[in-house]
Design a protein around this ligand. Sequence first.
Ligand code: ARG
Length: 567
Amino acid sequence: MLTTIIEDLAHEMAAEIGVPAEKVKNLFEIPKELSHGHLSIPVFFLAKERKKAPQILAKEISEKLLTRKIPSVERFESVGGYINIHLNDEHLFKALFNEVQAAGEHLGHNKRGAGKTVIIDYSSPNVAKPMHVGHLRATVIGQAIRNLAETQGYKVIGLNHLGDWGVQFGKLAYAYKLWSSEYPFAAEPFESLFKLYVRFHEEAAKDLELEKQGSLTFKELENGDKELLKLWKMFVEISLKDFSRLWARLGVKHDLVRGESFYNDRLNATEELIEKKGLLVESEGAMVVDLQDEKIPPCLIRKSDGASLYATRDLASAIYRMEELKADLNLYVVGADQALHFKQVFSVLRRLGYSWWDKCQHIGFGMYRFKDVGKMSSRKGQIVRLEDLLQRAVEIVQEIMHQKNPNLPNREKIAEQVAVGAIIFNDLVNDRVRDVEFDWDKALSFEGDSGPYLQYVHVRCQSILQKYGKGLPENVVALKSNEERELIKIIMRYEMVLIESFKNYKPSVLAIYLLDVCAAFNKFYHEHKIIGGEAEFESSRIALVYIAQQVIKGGLRVLNIQAPQAM
Ligand code: ARG
């Protein structure tokens, strides 16, 4: 979209500017005000190089450019140290319309990542524990970054680093042997498993022997006890089945499950590697890598009782991802509360001499806070289950829809799309590094800056196109009102927004942009009668509605939010 225009322009303008086209390409900026043109090039650094005043240089270059006939350009103008470029409205609109039609689902995509593999670790919950709102963020931010990577042409491997190993499995197996007959495992396997987990911890608080037995059972499991392994497998299967139900609701997909247990037979080799490098030291009976020179606590490799650790598994896992899966980039979408853990792991990788250590990156995010947790913490403790959150959202949306549009067909399906979309958007619209204050009214509002609002504008575009009923026009003419030109100018940024959003691993960049598109669309819609207004503009306005609809739909798709047919 904009990048094609920019590339062409860079070639056209290179000689006058006196800089190779490859460099000119990176000089463009988008002025805030449309009155300053669609694009501009600041010449300050060039002026410095050439020992000229910026405004004089800008003027000289503009004058040279004015003698050129570039089809996409209406006029050049110099203002201060800038060369402003006013594109030809008709040319721009036609190019945009053609491109949107040709691109289909690939609208705004590019090939920057072609030939490169990015691994993204997201969601990665723990067996036997229900996903809670903390996992919501790891799930939806991760999936959005995954989709963004795909728009950049990367080969993406979405990886589930399932928490499926550790002493808790000894405890769980022990609890299962003691009490499983008291729970409805056949009918409610996951719920029963979780109840066992909770019960074990409650009883172990009173009975120290239980804790000991749990640890012993884990040792047996680690030694390969067949019966225990069978139980463990069952726990994992039960859990994955439950998680899959939630992932399906959120539209989340992984390509590869590589749970923590996958690394069991690689841990010794990992430890040896660390030892050979002379990095392994003993500390209070445990084996660690000292990181004092970075002023951070040591990275624990093996506990005093011989059990391996979360960090050791992550070391083995990073080596596996980079060396065996041949990733070029290895991203971990995990809460900011694990920042130290990843710092330690990456630091050990660097000390091990892996040149790729800095291709491993922790994409952290802040926490969820509830304005009224009272409503949500129906179960024990303050953890809010993801499932409960979604259910409550569906109920509220159904109620709103019942009032707004009681005869809507397919209401149940649409309520699910709107509710889930609202929860996802409410999360993604926040800069991920900040905490999110969760407010039901804000998240589910049909009018505010919310998921339902975007979905609603999309439905509006669709129903205009339907009402028009004549398909897309063959030819379009320039649309010259302020609202129309503004909307076009925002839309032409779409590809750049995708680039920026991925570069910073911030889906919020795209989410906020989509709000801008919708606001500009609504202004256009309120100011101009699209069907049955000025006849000469009718089909072109329909084209503009179509373009906006495609961008909103494409953007929602990247954010993993569904676009309902009606609301
Ligand atoms: N299972 C962990 C949790 O629920 C997240 C795992 C993140 N990924 C990783 N490679 N450490 O907190």
